[in-house]
Design a protein around this ligand. Sequence first.
Ligand code: NAD
Ligand code: IPM
Ligand code: MN
Length: 358
Amino acid sequence: MQYNIAVIKGDGIGPEIVTEAMKAMEVVGEKFGHTFNFTECYAGGNAIDKYGIPLPQETLDVCKASDSVLLGAVGGPKWDSVPSDKRPERALLGLRSNLELFVNLRPAQMHAALADACPIKPEIIGDGFDILVCRELTGDVYFGKRGRRESELGETGWDDMNYSVTEVERIGRRAFDMAMKRNKKLTSVDKANVLETSRVWRETMHKLREEYPEVEYQDMYVDNAAMQLVRNPGQFDVITTGNLFGDILSDEASMITGSIGMLPSASIGKTKLGMYEPIHGSAPDIAGKGIANPIATILSCAMMLRYSFGLGEEADCIEAAVEKALNDGHRTADIAKEGEKVLSTSEMGAIICENIKG
Ligand code: NAD
Ligand code: IPM
Ligand code: MN
């Protein structure tokens, strides 16, 4: 089969990690007899430099016409002072909303070989954890109106936070469906003791819960959830939450796997078209050094194969190749112990490609 993939390498470490992910896809294609046609396009800071805007129409058109989108990361200090509506991050939000990608899956699994990289004591981690954060991606305070006004306290910024029943229903249903395919446990995270958006969220989840009697459901306040993630991560199966809380909790969940360089993501909606990206950013502090961990991006390709193309065996093959690299003791700087041999981005990518070949 032929698959058309729009590739947005982005800024900072984006090009370094996406290059390795594309190589992994090529090798999977050769092994299983698929052709992946990559069309590179610009979004983020690099698009600002080239076209003066973060998300050119051409990029959006290419993405819409493709079978899926692979993205590295956008943003960086170079563009931190551009007007807010022209920031590189706007490109990401524009892609997510224009492609109607309202579900963001962020799996955080403990790899036994990385126990040393996990900052939590082994007795707390126990048998490990396997969490799927199911984050709402096209609503919340991210997409409300915002601005500045004069108040009695002087200049004041404001951001409008909204959640409609419709928006909660569609993410909630996906979260319950995911829980049904996994360990049938769902934690819905909100701040219903304070926020009206969260009260709509919780009421809607409670209605949905009646349709999924087999799922063990619980509500949890976001502050408690942040604490429980480091107190006892093994208690969670699927976590669903809004856009902002999901952003923060998934970075926290990533660190207990050893590094933010490990966590992939799938952004999906109603159609097969999805966008696949690591959860981390452009890591300006290490950009250009060839030391970034490419695993999150490579695992995002596995999610693309599984969720957009329905290629489960191919996805499993990438995940097994990553697992083998870790089990064989291969480490990039972010997951290495002191004194351990450290691989570059491309060395780690090459080892994973060899493992895919088998
Ligand atoms: P970041 O995720 O880029 O970096 C946080 C820390 O994690 C840094 O120390 C970085 O070196 C490290 N890190 C991240 N990815 C790594 C990897 N693959 N391997 C090893 N170490 C890694 O977050 P930040 O510094 O807050 O943001 C930098 C820029 O990226 C900002 O402009 C931000 O808006 C943007 N950003 C973009 C995305 C995205 O494109 N999806 C996501 C988050 C942040
Ligand atoms: C992420 C990022 C983005 C978000 C930013 C860059 C807009 O942090 O993908 O997690 O907040 O969603
Ligand atoms: Mn984030």
